[in-house]
Design a protein. Sequence first.
Lengths: 356, 376, 161
Amino acid sequence: MIIFEYLADLFGAIPAAFISGILPIAFVVPYALFAVYWERKVSAHMQDRLGPMRTGWHGYLQTIADILKLIQKEDIVATAVDKPLFNLAPILVFAGSYAAFAAIPFSSAYIGANVDLGMLYIIAVSGLVVAGILMAGWASNNKYSLIGAVRSAAQIVSYEIPTVIVILTLFSIVGTLNLYELSEIQSSNIFNWMIFGGNVIGWKKIVLIPLMFAAFIIIYLTTLAEVNRTPFDIPEAESELVAGYHTEYSGMKFAMFFLAEYANMFAVSAIVATLFLGGYHSPFGYLGNLLGISWLVPVEQFFWFTFKGLGFVTVQMWLRWTLPRLRVDQLMTVCWKYLIPLSFVIFLLVSLLMVL
Amino acid sequence: METKTSHLRSEEMILNMGPQHPSTHGVLRLEVELDGELIIDVRPHIGYLHRCFEKHCEAMTYPQIIPYVDRLDYLASMYNEFGYALAVERLAGIEVPPRVEYIRVIMGELQRIASHLVAVGTYGLDIGAFTPFLYCFIEREKILTLFEMTCGARLLYNYIWVGGVSHDLPPDFIRLTKEFIVTFKPIIAELNNLLSYNKIFIERTANVGILPLDTAINFGVTGPNLRASGLKWDLRRDDPYSIYDKFDFEIPVGEGWHGTVGDCWDRYYLRMLEMEQSIRIIEQAIEQIPDGDVTSAIPKRIKPAEGQIYSRVENPRGELGYYIVSKGGLQPHRLKVRPPSFVNLEVLGELCKGHLVADVIAILGSIDIVLGEVDR
Amino acid sequence: MKSTEEILELLKGKFGSDIIGLVSAPPEKMIDITPASLYNVAVFLRNNEELDFDNLMLLSGLDDANGSTLSVVYHIESVKEKHKLVLRVTVPKDNPITESVVKVWECANWHEREAFDLIGIKFNNHPNLIRILMPYDWNAGHPLRKDYKNPEFYQGMKVPY
């Protein structure tokens, strides 16, 4: 907020919007580089290995070297692919996952677009990712890609239902879909976090806590499925479908999918953190307030936000390197038979509770 | 409104799995006929690794064949040599010293553990769990190190010769093997907790690819796959060779722990149980191993009389048989191998019908094939 | 548990002259039978309750190296009775046709394909008698025959290297 207003004063509203829109990419790209490195290290240490150790100190430069390699690689386009769609797909996928960052409040001083329907907007633009994946699968003219894409579409569309219902549940408590406002509601105390019932007070809060915990677990599982991570990574199940929808991609187009996957991982983690764990708010209060340095508070908030987001990303990695993969029918069973009814029950109970 | 669907063409999709595919365990090509994700038929095409083993053998003397035998089932080379040496000894009537028998059994059972570790680890990989695979390989490395200090090679040993073994055990071998056993026992429990009892893993494998016993026998399926279908049939017991009758061990059979007898989980878990039994055999063999010479019985020249033999051993993958026909020369007239993987693979099409694409991988992995042996 | 001699008597009583006799190939003993009777003998061996040969361990094609015959050797056993038997069928080299036993023991399918591929023995009534180890379009003969010569070229590629 503050950053946008400050820039608007300096340059006028439209250039300020551009600059403020570019800012997340200054976060996403270094984050993705770090996340790839982090995933390798996490998996390596889980598996009694060291992971990358050669490029830079403990392999810190490994992902940069990888990106350099990917840039140099030949961009292979098979003759039988549908060229326009094939080239468009990675851009669409990345655009979809990047657009979600617009409505995520990184700190009280920065949110890309403070729209009132922020959450709805995020759900809507993530739909672009499905279109991109389907496009990639279809355009590749490869049977593995096609199966992967169809699975992916079915999976993401199904898992959006419980996600949306959980968001509705939150909406019925706080009455806003604006993520900035939602974050502000969860301020000042760890027990104001939505996982502890938000700003509701009295006996209702005690009843809300278990329901919110269940809702939190549901939304964590569904977002995990939406970013195609193990145990829900059947669209790119490497042991069955080689690499799923991006089998035919190489070079920078492959890197775009890769980047989108990691950007998506952070986006959903950030959303979960914003919805349930206080967003950018610190659980302990701020050093800036204590020392009376007002500009330090947003910086601290940014730190806490990234900390929570990366924490969830790490849990996603942990799950990936521990669990086997579900089968496509089991995946649907989990969603339609367990998560959706459960989320409806929670929604119903919470709504009743709030009416009382 | 009238809808016209008659002009829409509908047909099954043929999916070519392999020869380059992450989960076909080598260069196996599966022609999978799909209706959506449902499998109508699976037709394996093999031969991509065919290297004329049997033709080569007809031009080589009996000891020269041993390095070639290593390359059949490259995950269980020791056992291939064991089986081959046994076949030639039976054909030519050669007696081996008792210490050699013990060394062979120890090596064979260590190899069985190493091979099962690969089977179990790669099976986890097929189902999507990456980490157990590396845990298995850490243990396998320890076994390979034991082999390396014995004969200098880690994969293709050329260690067990007709009439003996090429070297005696190195001085530290017994101590290090005992240490390995002590460290390995808890690993089995850890692997079980990490993978075998994982709910998702059980969901993926239990009640999938059920192999009924009569089908198994009819298709000639042997080894852990047959035992998982519920038949207590182990050549170490039922057609004893070497000195296996001196050891006390059990033959685990499939009981349908989490589903039906003979499903993928049974086949997988049976390998876990067999590793425990192999450890028991090694422990006993180490206690009983006598001193003595290991190379004295190796003949300078092997020239069996005219005749033939079909000799079989219980390889980690099943019944490994050598059929040798001698016409009295220095070379075999015909040497035919019965590779367990070759025969076990045949049942794949039968098992896969009506399952999903993901199950093909689960079933193929549970059969545990090695293409070096299928194609020879 | 029955010895080869006892089984031979049983077979002789049932099939008569189709059972040619006992061949000694130390340390094994084989029963020689005619190709025409093979299928019926196999069915009998499998279905007879005393014999119950339910497992075909190995089926191997063999070039007898006498210039005129090829043979197929069947190693069978009974899982329940725990006895084994070796059968042999000899066919002329210029017209090597015998009966398929796929209907009796399912695992004979690939074994017979292999015998066809490498030795060139044809099996009547086999469901899918095509090459298995060699390329499907290999047209230079059957490699495990003693008189086999490598072709110069296969699909434009030089074979001897």
